[in-house]
Design a protein around this ligand. Structure first.
Ligand SMILES: [Zn+2]
Length: 208
């Protein structure tokens, strides 16, 4: 099975993809991980990515496509995969159609307001990186890390203005992708408002 997972930041897509990969015996392929791995391995494409990232630039559609293509050609993913973070643009989706089209595109649907509420309640330990949530997963003592006693902070990425900005970018990039796959009849839309286990159950039912 070849799946693409789409979902806004804060929808829990990465965790869902990791769980689904184990459950369905598929390879979980995230673009972030492909970039890091290519840089680490020092392949020609990896060296290009490194120089772009080091200079603070964005990796182009072309280079991203080449890296994903290279990754999907490796034997360890021949049993099927879940792509997480790719495609992100129409040119990327068009390229994927040519070299390795996905069978299903899973759209984890959740409102912006719910995502903002989730992320705005997130607290991070600056020392051991443990993550808490003021209502869903509070520390034993208010504002203090259970594990190491450090004072918890709100990461810049989790601030409301930053979350709103990321959501606007996501909606702008992803809405056309959903349309692209919808006309091909491949989109499964899953309600992602519930707890991770409820969302996962919804996904498994829809996949049958
Ligand atoms: Zn800590």
């Amino acid at each position: 099975m070849k799946l693409v997972f789409l979902g806004p930041p804060g929808a829990g897509k990465g965790t869902l993809a990791a769980d689904a990969a184990v459950d369905l015996k598929l390879s979980h392929i995230s673009t972030g991980e492909i970039f890091r791995e290519a840089v680490r391995a020092g392949t020609p494409l990896g060296l290009k990515v490194k120089s772009i990232l080091d200079s603070g630039g964005l990796v182009s559609d072309y280079l991203t496509v080449e890296l994903v293509k290279e990754r999907l050609a490796q034997p360890d993913v021949s049993g099927g995969w879940i792509l997480d973070g790719f495609p992100r643009t129409i040119p990327q989706a068009e390229a994927l159609e040519i070299f390795n089209p996905p069978e299903r595109v899973v759209n984890f649907d959740v409102t912006d307001e719910l995502i903002i509420a989730r992320l705005a309640g997130r607290r991070t330990c600056p020392s051991c990186k443990r993550i808490y949530h003021v209502t869903n997963m509070p520390p034993k003592k208010d504002g203090v890390c259970d594990a190491c006693g450090a004072v918890l902070v709100i990461r810049e990425d989790d601030s409301e203005s930053s979350v709103r900005h990321r959501l606007v970018t996501y909606r702008r990039q992803t809405a056309p992708l959903i349309g692209f796959y919808e006309v091909k009849g491949r989109v499964l839309t899953i309600d992602a408002a519930g707890s991770p286990s409820v969302v996962y159950e919804g996904f498994r039912k829809a996949l049958r």
